[in-house]
Design a protein around this ligand. Structure first.
Ligand SMILES: *[C@@H]1O[C@H](CO)[C@@H](O)[C@H](O)[C@H]1NC(C)=O
Ligand SMILES: *[C@@H]1O[C@H](CO)[C@@H](O)[C@H](O)[C@H]1NC(C)=O
Ligand SMILES: *[C@@H]1O[C@H](CO)[C@@H](O)[C@H](O)[C@H]1NC(C)=O
Ligand SMILES: *[C@@H]1O[C@H](CO)[C@@H](O)[C@H](O)[C@H]1NC(C)=O
Ligand SMILES: *[C@@H]1O[C@H](CO)[C@@H](O)[C@H](O)[C@H]1NC(C)=O
Ligand SMILES: *[C@@H]1O[C@H](CO)[C@@H](O)[C@H](O)[C@H]1NC(C)=O
Ligand SMILES: *[C@@H]1O[C@H](CO)[C@@H](O)[C@H](O)[C@H]1NC(C)=O
Ligand SMILES: *[C@@H]1O[C@H](CO)[C@@H](O)[C@H](O)[C@H]1NC(C)=O
Ligand SMILES: [Zn+2]
Ligand SMILES: [Zn+2]
Length: 638
């Protein structure tokens, strides 16, 4: 996301600013009823969907053997088709999309425009003003600016009409802790946890080597671009390049898009996805089930339609089903699935022009091949579900777009959209009472700055309350290979309670080598922990693959325990890794190389960048970095 998201945030805000100024005073929300009639205590799937795990994979558990060398990567590539990122790009590494600039721009934009724009301005005039600001601030080109207005305007206008907060509150909700103003009281809310006391902690022992395991594939952020064309310009004006109509950045020589993708602002061509899926099916015929954590459409969000998104979703699902016709697949919904991207109006927005039910109906139908019929109700209601994988082992897929700060409708009311967290608590309480262990999957990780603070903080409390039940969490969205640790208290020196894995993206957008992830999960045996015991990451070098006649050479880049010398994949081991990386630069750079999958265009990472990345790893709660990373800042003397 990074620079691109920032662009969207700034343009979106300018859009908000323009519109806002002619909409004062806003009083529409009194017309809406936010009370949710939905009974979130729905019956749960109780029939295990998977067969017993049959494999006794003898993994190289905890052996610290470096079994693969990646030195040769990219050795044959040339520099001719490459734009090298600067250290400015490194500042965008990690989850630090929002810098001080956007908050100032946000507040300033409102101030400037407030005086200028009078009431009674037509949509055409607003568009003209928006486009002129967008172009003159050199945010995007004319056609992209006007495309953004056409795509987002019809959503943002009614949001403005219904909103009861002013510009500084809008900026605060979207930018979080970057904006120094105080929290927005009307958007602070708490979901109640049951009064049933948290069970006491018991230390379970790790399974012996040779016990049965599940082999689990995670694919994330495929971002299939149907308009990708080999040879199109990679250095284009628009936020997404390598497309038929990409326009060359002025004054530059055209750099052609490769057959398998590009490190520039380009998404995944069909050839890449087909090659990857064939490769996985061939090299890993023994996968037990697949986690698929969303973001199927490409990043051309200034020119998207519902129809185009549905086509991409359909085509990508068809490709995956073709490669894995008999493997159970458990999906989660990404922010890019909607159109305009990120638009997930809560259930109280019933107007079909704005409601997201067109998407939920579609994915309900597409997912029905993998999921039992009784998941339909929650999927149609909010694109989340809970299924039993094995007796005592449950998987819950959450829709994290209900915390997405670029989901404009949340500016009207962000209180537990679709009652999702209430439902999640009810599911977890049932699981705890039935002695089930749970894995959670979703798209946007809870610590991401893209996840609004209040939702994130409620989710954090839920994970801590049910830490004995929740054995792992799996996300995507950041495109980087990283993780987030949860802590018992608000400071990171307290006990680590859970870990969320943020899997690397399939798309190279931007500066990444494409990748997929494999986990080994404790299988069926007496006293199984259902913990993740090991994970490995597979990738290939895009530069080398793009040489004439070459194909992607997929290889195992690393296994977690070997690479980072972990005794297990328990939360405290991940926390220890962060602690060790503070001192050990070599270890950090090993982590950083994996973060970009050894991409030759990974931006250089100085100590400020290192601090930010380590802080991201500590932050499973969004917009509390300063609090969580205070000790890190001291260690780095920043
Ligand atoms: C806002 O709505 C309330 C309740 O409908 C009404 O009493 C009040 O006058 C309205 N305020 C404005 C500024 O329109
Ligand atoms: C938002 O909706 C909830 C009900 O879900 C309601 O209790 C709350 O008052 C609403 N907040 C605002 C700011 O309207
Ligand atoms: C479970 O085993 C049965 C019988 O071998 C087989 O038909 C079915 O496809 C298996 N299901 C899964 C999810 O592997
Ligand atoms: C680089 O090229 C040489 C000679 O063509 C070849 O043997 C080698 O495998 C190539 N290396 C990679 C990483 O593709
Ligand atoms: C590519 O450029 C970098 C930096 O300019 C240089 O260090 C590297 O040796 C070059 N690689 C090739 C294969 O020309
Ligand atoms: C939108 O996409 C179409 C092709 O699907 C293209 O012809 C057109 O130029 C694009 N518009 C913008 C503003 O990028
Ligand atoms: C949990 O531990 C506390 C103190 O150690 C003890 O008083 C309590 O009975 C325990 N609860 C359960 C359910 O074992
Ligand atoms: C399972 O746990 C119980 C209770 O801790 C213990 O008595 C038993 O020996 C364990 N079984 C195995 C196979 O480890
Ligand atoms: Zn993505
Ligand atoms: Zn995303």
């Amino acid at each position: 996301m990074n620079a691109f998201t920032r662009t969207i945030v700034i343009t979106g805000l300018l859009l908000l600013c323009c519109l806002l100024t002619e909409q004062v005073p806003i009083n529409g929300s009194s017309l809406l009823s936010f009370e949710d009639e939905w009974n979130y205590k729905v019956p749960t799937n109780e029939v295990p969907l998977l067969n017993e795990s049959q494999r006794n994979l003898l993994l190289p558990f905890y052996s610290f053997v470096n079994d693969l060398k990646v030195e040769g990567i990219g050795e044959n590539a040339t520099n001719s088709t490459r734009h090298f990122p600067t250290s400015r790009d490194a500042k965008l590494a990690g989850d630090i999309i929002r810098t001080k600039v956007p908050c100032n721009v946000c507040n300033l934009g409102v101030g400037l425009l407030y005086a200028e724009v009078k009431s009674g301005v037509s949509m055409e005039e607003i568009k003209a003003k928006f486009v002129s600001i967008c172009v003159s601030f050199k945010i995007e080109s004319f056609s992209v600016c006007s495309g953004i207005f056409d795509t987002y305007g019809p959503e943002v206008v009614p949001v403005m009409e219904l909103m009861t907060i002013g510009p500084p509150e809008v900026c605060k909700l979207i930018f979080g802790e970057i904006c120094k103003s105080s929290d927005v009281a009307s958007h602070e809310w708490t979901v109640d946890l049951p009064t049933i006391p948290k069970p006491n902690r018991t230390e379970s022992t790790l399974p012996k080597v040779g016990m049965p395991v599940f082999k689990v594939l995670q694919i994330s952020d495929t971002h299939y671009d149907l308009d990708y064309v080999e040879g199109a310009v990679t250095n284009c004006e628009e936020p997404l390049c390598c497309r038929t109509y990409s326009t060359l950045r002025s004054g530059e020589e055209p750099l052609p898009a490769g057959r398998w993708g590009s490190y520039e602002k380009c998404d995944a061509p069909k050839a890449l996805l087909e090659n990857m899926l064939q490769n996985i099916a061939f090299q890993h015929p023994d996968i037990d089930y697949i986690l698929w954590t969303g973001d199927l459409p490409p990043h051309d969000i200034w020119n998207q339609t519902k129809q185009k998104n549905l086509k991409v979703i359909e085509d990508t699902i068809a490709m995956v089903v073709k490669a894995f016709p008999n493997t159970p697949i458990f999906p989660a919904v990404g922010n890019h699935e909607s159109s305009p991207a990120g638009n997930f109006a809560p259930h109280w927005m019933t107007d079909p022009d704005h409601s997201v039910s067109w998407l939920y109906q579609k994915i309900g139908a597409s997912w029905s091949g993998w999921l039992p019929k009784n998941t339909e109700e929650t999927i149609h209601h909010g694109a989340f579900y809970s299924v039993l994988l094995r007796p005592g082992f449950r998987l819950i897929s959450v829709n994290t777009n209900y915390c997405h700060s670029l989901s404009w409708w949340l500016l009207v009311n962000s209180t537990d959209p679709a009652s999702e967290l209430k439902w999640l608590i009810a599911e977890l309480q049932k699981a705890e009472s039935n002695s089930e262990k749970v894995h959670i999957i979703g798209h946007i990780a809870p610590g991401s700055s893209d996840c609004m603070k209040t939702w994130s903080s409620n989710f954090y409390n839920i994970v801590n309350r049910y830490e004995h039940t929740i054995k792992a969490l799996f996300y995507g969205h950041s495109h980087a290979d990283e993780f987030e640790v949860f802590y018992e208290a608000t400071d990171f020196s307290s006990r680590a309670t859970a870990v969320a894995y943020l899997a690397p993206s399939v798309t190279s957008f931007t500066n990444y080598n494409p990748a997929f992830r494999i986990y080994y999960v404790d299988g069926d045996h007496e006293n199984t922990t259902r913990e993740v015991l090991e994970h490995e990451t597979w990738t290939f070098d895009l530069d080398t693959a793009n040489l004439p006649g070459n194909e992607p050479n997929w290889f195992k880049s690393y296994s977690a325990t070997d690479e980072f010398q972990l005794n297990s994949l328990r939360p405290n081991e991940w926390n220890n890794l962060i602690e060790r990386m503070i001192q050990d630069d070599e270890l950090f750079h090993r982590f950083y190389r994996n973060y970009y999958r050894h991409s030759p265009t990974a931006p250089p990472c100085d100590s400020k960048c290192k601090l930010q990345i380590l802080c991201d790893l500590k932050s499973a709660k969004s917009h509390t970095k300063h609090q969580l990373c205070h000790e890190l800042e001291t260690a780095f003397q920043m």
